[in-house]
Write a protein of this length. Structure first.
Length: 253
C-alpha cells in the first residue's frame, strides 16, 4: 500500500495504484472543491517533492507518482510522453474528473501538455512549470549542463529531495531521460485549447525565457509568470510565490 506523503494529517485521503495499458501510477487524492490540481513531477522525481507546495494550496489536490518513479512500479518498457499522458487521462476519467487543472513540472510539463492536447475533455486549465525541453537544446549533454548550472544556485532542500528521488528512479533512468529529450512538446502546444500559465524561475536555465515565449506564441490562451530569484526547483522549496500564482490561476479557470 502506498504511503501517505502529501496530505495534511487531518485530511481525508485516498491512496492507491492505477494500472492502464501495461503501466501503473500511484496517487494520493485529498481535499475537495472544483478544478482539482493534478501534480505531475519531473524526471527522477516523485510526488513527495511537492510537500512544501501542498502546504500552501487549497481545494482538491491529486499527487501522482508516474510509472517507475517514487512508489510506482517500473513499467515493462519505457513510456513515451504520449503514453504517460494517456495513462494520466485514463486515471482521471476513472475518478470522474472532467475539470482538472493539470500542473506539470519539468518533464511533467511535457506530459501535462500532451494530456491537454490529446484529452481536452478532462482538462480545464494547464500549468507548465519550468517547461522542458528547449527546442534549440535537445540533447542529453546540453540538458545535463543546464541542470548542473541550475544546481549550483539551488537551495539545499531542492538538492536533498532531488538526490533522494533520483536514487529511487531506478537503473532505467537514462532511458527515461532519452524519452523526455526526443519528445517534441512544440507539436502539442498548438492543440492546447485551455487557459495556460507558463511558470518559470527567473534563474532557470532549463526553461529559458526565449523557450517560454516560444511556448506562449504556440498556445492561444497562455501567459507567462516569472518567480524572482528561483531556479528550476521553484515548486520544490520556498514555493510561496509559485503557490500564489497557481491559486490565482485556479480561481480564474
Amino acid at each position: 500500500m502506498p504511503e501517505r506523503l502529501l496530505a495534511p494529517e487531518d485530511a481525508v485521503v485516498e491512496l492507491g495504484e492505477f494500472a492502464h495499458g501495461g503501466a501503473a501510477l500511484v496517487f494520493e487524492d485529498f481535499g475537495s472543491g472544483p478544478h482539482p490540481v493534478v501534480l505531475l513531477h519531473g524526471i527522477g522525481m516523485g510526488r513527495s517533492v511537492y510537500i512544501d507546495l501542498i502546504r500552501r494550496l487549497r481545494g482538491r489536490v491529486i499527487g501522482i507518482d508516474l510509472p517507475g518513479f517514487g512508489e510506482a512500479p517500473e513499467p515493462s518498457r519505457t513510456l513515451t510522453m504520449e503514453r504517460h499522458a494517456d495513462l494520466v487521462a485514463a486515471f482521471l476519467r476513472s475518478r470522474g474528473i472532467a475539470d482538472a487543472v493539470v500542473l506539470g513540472h519539468s518533464m511533467g510539463s511535457q506530459i501535462a501538455a500532451e494530456v491537454a492536447a490529446r484529452h481536452p475533455d478532462i482538462v480545464a486549465g494547464l500549468i507548465l512549470a519550468g517547461p522542458t525541453v528547449d527546442s534549440t537544446a535537445r540533447s542529453i549533454r546540453v540538458q545535463a549542463s543546464y541542470l548542473l548550472r541550475d544546481l549550483v544556485g539551488e537551495r539545499p532542500t531542492v538538492l536533498w529531495r532531488g538526490a533522494r528521488e533520483y536514487l529511487r528512479g531506478g537503473p532505467n533512468l537514462v532511458r527515461k531521460i532519452r524519452a523526455t529529450i526526443v519528445h517534441e512538446p512544440e507539436k502539442a502546444y498548438p492543440r492546447v485549447r485551455v487557459p495556460t500559465v507558463v511558470l518559470r524561475g527567473s534563474r532557470d536555465p532549463l526553461a529559458p525565457v526565449t523557450w517560454c515565449r516560444e511556448i506562449l506564441a504556440l498556445i492561444p490562451d497562455a501567459r507567462l509568470a516569472e518567480i524572482p530569484d528561483h531556479g528550476h526547483g521553484t515548486l520544490i522549496s520556498d514555493s510561496g510565490l509559485a503557490a500564489e500564482q497557481i491559486l490565482e490561476f485556479v480561481r480564474g479557470v
